[in-house]
Write a protein that binds this ligand. Structure first.
Ligand code: BTX
Length: 305
């Protein structure tokens, strides 16, 4: 856009436009200025910020309301507060660092500053029955896996909620729900994605089992850009799910499933061998035992290795 157009649209002087452009550059924006043509933003800054996320965000509703914080205890907790106060569907809480990142069942999520994407989204899927809420986790996993595929990263989804590169975890999804009787009030879906970690950035407790995009590819990724790709794909997959149901998501999910068709040990009423054959409509894991009998596993302990 030309400096003249900018000054007219914003009702500011040409020199004010120039000053603002310099401010943008100082904040890390890469701006190209071509004589007689104008300014063009080529790259957004590395560091997460509300402006840099909004710039070029191609979603209809996901992230329309966006809360960015440099440091929080957990974006999940903050998103619950916003949701209780009536936050709209698609509200996103994102942070550069979490000091008390949460996993499932009171486990923790290692969320070091500036190396990963730590965010929670408020969803209000009023047409979805509470018993099917777990399907949302699988929708998010498929969306994340699709984006990773676009980036050329060979990921698999480990049931129910982890993304793996090889045998190491690079992302986790936490779904929490507030419901009354047969109506979902809201769902908070939290995504943690290890992006620019070097191995030394992981805490000693997770180091052995964790990986990041950077550890895998040696490349550095712009967190703002990556977030926008994920937000867009999540919105697309969520709408597909609401419109067409779980079936298409289920088959995509199965295409990514970690150890699909392999024999695993199940620890539920004793220990037995089972072959992973897919997932059920309700998100349960479908396995077949050595006698050929099918079983659905909900929270059974699966010994993956
Ligand atoms: P989970 O319970 O499946 O995984 C937690 C387990 O994963 C931990 O016990 C630990 O062994 C391992 N772990 C912890 N941190 C990492 C890490 N950075 N990379 C790899 N492995 C790790 C998975 O729970 C769901 C995680 C959701 C995290 C998001 S971040 C945004 C939102 N806010 C929040 O507090 N949680 C969610």
């Amino acid at each position: 856009m030309s400096g003249q157009e900018l000054s007219e649209v914003l009702s500011i002087s040409r020199s004010a436009v120039w000053k603002h452009m310099n401010e943008l550059k100082k904040s890390g924006y890469e701006v190209e200025a071509v004589t007689n043509r104008g300014y063009r933003i080529i790259n957004v800054p590395e560091a997460l910020s509300e402006d840099a996320i909004r710039w070029g965000l191609e979603t209809k509703w996901l992230g329309s309301t966006l809360h960015y914080h440099p440091t929080v205890t957990s974006t999940q907790n903050l998103a619950h507060e916003f949701a209780r106060d009536g936050a709209e569907h698609g509200t996103v809480v994102i942070a550069s660092e979490q000091t008390k990142g949460k996993g499932r069942m009171k486990r923790y999520w290692d969320s070091k500053a500036n190396v990963g994407l730590w965010f929670s989204t408020v969803l209000r899927p009023h047409s979805l029955e509470p018993k099917n809420a777990t399907q949302i986790t699988l929708v998010a996993a498929v969306a994340l896996a699709n984006v990773m595929k676009e980036y050329g990263i060979p990921v698999s989804i480990k049931w129910p909620n982890d993304l793996f590169i090889g045998d190491k975890k690079m992302a986790g999804i936490l779904t929490e729900m507030q419901a009354e009787q047969d109506q979902i009030d809201y769902i908070i879906i939290g995504i943690g994605l290890n992006v620019n970690h070097e191995e030394a950035d992981f805490g000693s407790a997770v180091l052995e089992h964790a990986t990041s995009l950077k550890v895998y590819t040696q490349d550095h990724y712009n967190l703002n850009t990556l977030f926008k790709s994920i937000a867009h794909e999540f919105e697309v997959q969520y709408e597909r799910f609401i419109e067409h149901g779980f079936k298409p998501i289920k088959s995509d999910w199965e295409g990514y499933a970690y150890k699909m068709g392999e024999w695993l040990t199940v620890r539920a009423q004793g220990e037995w061998n089972a072959k992973l054959i897919g997932i059920h409509e309700d998100g349960a894991l479908k396995v077949v035992d050595e006698k050929g009998q099918e079983h659905l596993l909900y929270s059974a302990e699966i010994l993956w290795s």
